[in-house]
Design a binder for this molecule. Sequence first.
Ligand code: BG6
Length: 403
Amino acid sequence: MTASPITFVLFGATGDLAQKKIVPALLGLFKAGIMPQGSRIIAFSRRPWTDDDYRHFIAPSLESVRDISEQDKKIFLSTLYYVQGTFDDKAAYERLKSTINNTQVLFHLAIQPEFYEIVFTQLGQLGVVKQDSKILIEKPFGSNIETALQLEKVLQNYFHEDQMYRIDHYLAKDGLWNIIETRKQDEALESRLNARFVQSVEVRLFEKIDIQGRGEFYETIGALRDVGQNHVLEMLAVSAMDLPETIISMPQARADALKNLKPGKLLMRGQYEGYRHEQDVKPESQTETYFKIETEHHNKRWLGVPFIIEGGKALDEKKAEVVISFKNGNEKVFNIDDGKRLVPRSLSGVGDAYEILIEKALEGDKNYFVSIDEIIASWKFIDEVLKNVSTVPLTFYKKGSAL
Ligand code: BG6
C-alpha cells in the first residue's frame, strides 16, 4: 500500500463508467483507508465546469456507497478537483500538470478508445509520466490485433510494462478467482480436469439488459468484441490453464491457455428483435448481440474436448458461469457473480470489482490485469472468428428469451 499521497487523474470523469463505478470505488477506497491521506482526484473532462460544479454533478453517484457518513462523503468530495479540456488541448494538459505537484500519479482512461493514442502521447510529451506513474486503461484495448499492437506501440513510447494496467473487470471478480482457488484446493477435481474425464466445457456470459442506449458504441463492436474478446475468454483461460507454480505468473498462464486455442467455429450469431430500432443503430444492422462458438485446445490436457463459449444481451437471465461436464455425468459449475472469495484477497476487505482493480494497481499487482500477450492471443482468436461472420446469418430472438 502506498503511504504518500497520490493524484488520481480520471479521464472521462463525466462518463457513465466514472459515475457508476470508478468514483464510487474511489470513495470506497478512501473509506477503507487505502487511498493515502492527502490524496486527490483530478477529474478531466470537456464541460466548462469548476471544482464545485463537478462535485455537485458526481455527488448523487455516491449514494450507492453504503456505510459511510455524510461527513465522510463531504470530506471525500473536497478531494475532487476539475480540469476542463479536450484530449488534444495542450493548455489543458498544462493545467493538469500544475495540479499534480510531486505526487505519484495514477492516470485512469475511461474514455472512448479512439482517444487513447492522443492521451498517451499528450501525457508523454508533457513530461508528467514519472518512474512511479501508473496508467489504467479500460477495455477494449484495440478493435483487432493490428489496432491493439499499434496502441501498444504508442503506449510503450511513454510507459514501461510495469506501469501499464489494462483492465478487464472480470479479472477482479471473486467468482473468477474462486475457480483458481478451487482448482488449487480440490486435488481430486484438478486431477480430473482433462480430456480423460471431461466431456465438454461451457463458458457463458448472459445478460438481461440490452445495449442501454449505447448504440453508437455497440454498433461497431458487437457482442464478440464487447464481451467475447475479454470477459468470456478470461473465464475460459482460468478454467483451462495449467495452474502456475507461483501467483506471479498468472497472466502468463492465462495467455498460454489462450494461445493454445484452435480457431473457433461460429455456431450461431443472434440479434435481439428491436435492436435495429435502437438509437444510432443502422436499420439493416448486422451487428450481433449474441454469439456461440465452439473451440478446442491444441494441448494434450484438453485434446478433443469441446469448449463452447457464448455471450449475449437481452436474454432471459443474467448469468456468468463455467460449466464443466464430466463423462460420468457429473457437473461442476462455477458462478462468477456469486459468493465471497475463498481466500481473502487483502486485509482491506474491499469487495467491489473497481475497488479491487484500483487497490491492485496501487499495490502493483499485475495478476488482476490483462497482459499484452493475453490481448494479442484473444484478438487473434476473435479476429479469426470475425472473418467468418458473413457465412453465419443472424438469428433473430425476442428480447428476454432463452436462446
Ligand atoms: C462490459 C461490457 O465490459 O461488461 C458491457 O461493455 C457488459 O456491455 C458488462 O454489460 C458486463 O459486466 P458485468 O460485470 O455486469 O457482468
